[in-house]
Design a protein around this ligand. Structure first.
Ligand SMILES: C[S@@+](CC[C@H](N)C(=O)[O-])C[C@H]1O[C@@H](n2cnc3c(N)ncnc32)[C@H](O)[C@@H]1O
Length: 403
């Protein structure tokens, strides 16, 4: 188990940040850490696989590659899967599930491909021990991934179980929560290192501020949850417990304050309860209030990280909302008025702050009448987004109004 080939999938656009994170966590570099499309390839030990599950904020899973072969049809897949020594990883008493993903695969049905892999795994067990493991598509003990390209089939065993964005603290979701891994990617892309205040004025259920508070306190994202590797044969409880204890001992008081606010008090309530479960209730300072009115939460300028309401998914509320015919919620498609007012508010009241805004609206800077100083492509599930950086230069509001 000293030299495993691991694949850590992540959202498109996040690969470089994930490679940096893996390097920071393991020290691996060079040929042992390659940035690929949709993830990073790591040559590491079983212990490192567990460590990455516990500490990575950006990976979706940690997979162990067990086979990489050319294929042309379903029978080739069957043979590739039958050649893997699955009995080194689990027993016939464990339930399993096959997941197939594909890019340009010539196969007509991925369901049929999954069935062939499933048969191969089950037949191998029956041939070796006389007993077949059962399939459980909902709560399997073991997950096997097959990834098909136009001519290559790769088989992986999963060590994560539930995807890693499930940190174990979220019960209250709100309407349009960000995945924890994407909030973490926003933090990584912003370069926030926990030395200046962080503020999310549209915090919703608190994903960004809770991730940031855990970074400030050095709390491992996986500290609260269980992992798939606990059910696999190479698992040694004492090794895992030592890693877990080591992470726990490295927690510290926050290095910087973290603030969140939201116009919906229900959301602030959700965020508070989530922060409690995440162990950062005393670190994140949460309040109600309209982003168009809230003043900077600290005298020291810091970083704003915002996943604002967007027409398609959620309507803007508060001052801009009410100004549209006195309704509680504004039915504006593009939130143009809201963003225009938000920019004016920031320019006037947040000098010295840096604002990073995640949006699928590529025209956001012109709507805000602000010039971005950086734009980072990111995907929110299937939605292509940009993370725009705006620098609130001291005195910029006055300069603008004098022009
Ligand atoms: C896309 S959601 C943010 C979701 C959040 N990142 C999470 O993970 O739960 C946008 C949030 O903006 C809030 N919002 C809408 N208009 C606002 C305003 N004028 N001021 C402050 N928050 C507002 C909504 O209540 C909603 O919670």
């Amino acid at each position: 188990m000293n030299q495993l080939q691991l694949f850590l999938p992540c959202a498109a656009g996040v690969e470089g940040f994930l490679a940096d994170e893996v390097h920071r966590l393991t020290g691996l570099a060079g040929d042992d850490l390659l940035t690929g499309r949709g993830g990073v390839v790591v040559r590491g030990s079983w212990r490192e696989a567990m460590k990455l599950n516990l500490h990575s904020r950006l990976a979706q899973r940690v997979l162990v590659q067990l086979s990489h072969t050319p294929y042309r049809n379903e029978q080739d897949l069957y043979e590739a899967a039958a050649a893997v020594a699955w009995e080194m990883w689990f027993t016939h008493k464990d339930t399993f599930k096959i997941e197939v993903t594909a890019q340009h695969s010539p196969l007509k049905s991925l369901n049929f491909a999954a069935l062939k892999v499933k048969d191969a795994v089950a037949d191998r067990f029956r041939n070796k021990s006389g007993e077949r493991p059962n399939v459980d598509t909902q709560w399997p003990d073991v997950r096997i991934y097959a990834h098909l390209t136009s001519d290559m089939a790769t088989l992986y065993i999963d060590t994560s179980g539930e995807p890693l964005f499930k940190r174990g603290w979220r019960e209250d979701k709100g309407e349009a929560p960000l995945k924890e891994t994407l909030a973490a990617a926003m933090i990584a892309a912003s370069g926030w290192d926990g030395t200046v205040p962080l503020y999310d004025p549209c915090c919703g259920s608190g994903t960004i501020v809770i991730e940031a508070a855990q970074v400030a306190c050095n709390i491992a994202p996986g500290q609260l949850r269980r992992f798939g590797f606990e059910k696999l044969l190479p698992y040694q409880e004492h090794v895992w417990k030592a890693l877990w204890e080591e992470a726990k001992a490295q927690q510290r008081p926050p290095t910087a304050p973290v603030f969140g606010s939201d116009v919906a008090f229900r959301m602030v309530d959700f965020a508070q309860r989530n922060a409690q479960r995440a162990g950062v209730a005393d670190v994140v300072q949460l309040r109600g209030g309209d982003a168009l009115q809230r003043m900077p939460p600290s005298d020291v300028p810091g970083v704003m990280l915002v996943n604002p309401p967007y027409g398609e998914r959620i309507e803007t509320a508060g001052v801009a909302g009410r100004s549209q015919g006195g309704r509680e919620r504004a039915e504006v498609d593009d939130g143009g008025d809201f963003f225009n007012q938000l920019a004016a508010h920031w320019k006037k009241n947040f000098p010295g702050w840096t604002a990073w805004v995640l949006t699928p609206d590529l025209k956001l800077p012109s709507r805000m009448r602000l010039k971005e100083s950086r734009r980072v492509p990111m995907w929110n599930g299937p939605i292509e987004c940009r993370l725009f950086r705006f620098d609130m230069i001291k005195g910029s509001a006055r300069e603008k109004s004098n022009n």
